[in-house]
Write a protein that binds this ligand. Structure first.
Ligand code: AMP
Ligand code: ZN
Length: 508
């Protein structure tokens, strides 16, 4: 097994993956803020990390995958003071308890993840369920001298931390002197000593809905704190991989590192991974309305699945969306367009059809082995695995599978004689091709009817129709055989005659 390389955002380099404990990998991914339904951009990030989780397991690692639910402390505009809490805003607008809002959107999020066939994490901790741990972390930060309290709120002292630790700004590439020089701009600084400081505990005011007792009075935790506290609790103060969308690098992840170091004196994460943004009309997909036009640039997955939206010509299924996402590397931006989705739809069905053909083929014994074909098949299988080992390069691996699709189709039509392929190579192709589609890429087969009895009835009816057509042809009853063919064509059912009989497929 070749080595796995991961692009580490901390060093901006691909690095060989060396786990802290090879028997259990720690993977933490920032989850959704459950104040509204997830949009397709969120789904892309979670799908990218689902592939990471799947592949780590495929190559034999046991993984503890922690993905949190943010249900407190995330303020509007990702600010740390001065704006309203996202949860509270929705709760007030809908006249609901914040917990009702959180529950409703968490259920919706789970349903959406299931539609995309994303595996559930092993632990899904909520910010509101870990207030004690967050308060303890604030206390540790204060004890280590990296925090200060002002009037019931606690701030992280970035200046002091940066002076004493060569860590702050490394992940996001921010120049610490620039950040600190902003301290001269005292506007919007409020109680902070320096503008680069950030709140880790925020005093509740009369409008605050979610509030907890703390040594500093009633308040709530800062947004960045939950991920520091919950990753430490479930994965330890140092763990392997932390992921999230590119937009979380600063301030969220930079501040997470500062808090972890500030509380535990340990740099928390070995490999930071960031997924790039899904774009719509060339701009980042986001629910936040544009400040000038007031229009938000996002599409909800369910509107894409139903086809009821202003952007696209037709409905696309969840697996077509997943396939579309696989066609781009997770570190590249990906632009959603009708042409790209149409192409993805074709590609998805071609891949599935090839796999059906492959799984139906039976090797009947070796004869006149074609060394060149064998070598090409072996090479493509290995190349696809190497691509995944090269920072989870799904588009490249997918392109190798399509070289194999051509081979499979040639075997299916007898252009390549199955007996000229070594049995061992053929069986490997059968297994690895299937593994890639289902275990690594996490695609589901939408071409098969989920209702087995319906599929069974359909198979029986098609056999009957094909037999009637065959009888009509034998008796030169062209009227009937043409009528059958035309009607099937209308229904997009294509018949294919070969020396082994007639097969049928539904055209997409
Ligand atoms: P949020 O619920 O806003 O905290 O976001 C949940 C996750 O989705 C985070 O990892 C974000 O970085 C990610 N995300 C937000 N917008 C996009 C986008 N347009 N494309 C890809 N990921 C996104
Ligand atoms: Zn986070």
């Amino acid at each position: 097994m070749s080595d796995l390389y991961i692009h580490n955002s901390l060093s901006s380099k691909k690095e060989k993956f060396i786990p802290i404990n090879k028997d259990l990998i720690g993977l933490y991914v920032c989850g959704p803020t459950v104040y509204s339904d997830v949009h397709l951009g969120n789904c892309r990030t979670f799908t990218s990390f689902d592939i990471v989780y799947r592949y780590l397991q495929y190559i034999g690692y046991k993984v503890r995958y922690v993905r949190n639910i943010t249900d407190a402390g995330h303020l509007d505009g990702d600010a740390d003071i001065g704006t309203e809490d996202k949860m509270a805003k929705t709760a007030k607008a809908l006249k609901l308890e914040p917990m009702e809002v959180a529950h409703h959107y968490t259920v919706g999020f789970h349903k959406m993840m299931e539609l995309f066939n994303n595996l559930p994490p092993n632990i899904e901790p909520r910010a509101t369920g870990h207030i004690t741990e967050q308060i303890e972390m604030v206390q540790d930060i204060l004890e280590n001298g990296y925090g200060y309290e002002v009037n019931g709120s606690v701030y992280f002292n970035v200046q002091k931390f940066a002076e004493e630790n060569d860590v702050y700004g490394k992940l996001s590439g921010r120049v610490i002197d620039d950040l600190l020089s902003e301290t001269r701009d005292l506007k919007n600084q409020g109680e902070k000593r320096h503008s680069a400081d950030f709140a880790i505990w925020i005093k509740a005011d009369e409008h605050t809905l979610q509030r907890w007792n703390s040594p500093w009075g009633e308040g709530f935790p800062g947004w960045h704190l939950e991920c520091s506290a919950m990753s430490t609790k479930y994965l330890g103060s140092r763990f392997d991989i932390h992921g999230g969308g590119e937009d979380l690098k600063f301030p969220h992840h930079e501040n997470e590192i500062a808090q972890n170091c500030g509380a535990c004196n340990v740099v928390p994460v070995n490999y930071w991974m960031h997924g790039n943004m899904l774009l719509l009309n060339g701009r980042k997909m986001s629910k936040t309305p544009d400040p000038i036009t007031g229009i938000s640039n996002s599409i909800m997955p369910q509107d894409l699945f139903s086809g009821k939206n202003e952007f696209f010509s037709k409905a696309y299924s969840p697996m077509v969306l997943r396939f579309f996402m696989l066609q781009a590397h997770y570190r590249s931006t990906l632009d959603l367009s009708d042409e790209a989705l149409l192409a993805a739809e074709k590609g998805y069905y071609r891949l599935m059809e090839a796999n059906h053909r492959l799984q139906d083929l039976v090797h009947t014994g070796e004869e006149n082995i074609h060394e060149n074909e064998n070598e090409q098949i072996e090479k493509m299988i290995q190349a696809a695995i190497d691509d995944m080992n090269d920072d989870f390069n799904t588009p490249k691996a997918l392109s190798r599978l399509f070289v194999l699709v051509n081979k499979i189709n040639s075997i299916h039509t007898n252009q390549i004689n199955i007996s000229s392929i070594k049995e061992e190579t053929f069986n490997k192709l059968k297994k690895v091709f299937n593994d890639f589609i289902f275990d690594i890429f996490g695609l589901k087969d939408e071409t098969q009817s989920t209702d087995e009895s319906t599929a069974h009835v359909l198979d029986g009816l098609m056999d009957l129709i094909i037999n009637i057509r065959q009888d009509a042809r034998t008796t030169k009853n062209w009227g009937t055989s043409d009528q059958i063919r035309d009607k099937l064509n209308e229904l997009k059912i294509k018949l294919k005659d070969s020396k082994d009989g007639t097969s049928w497929t539904i055209e997409k």
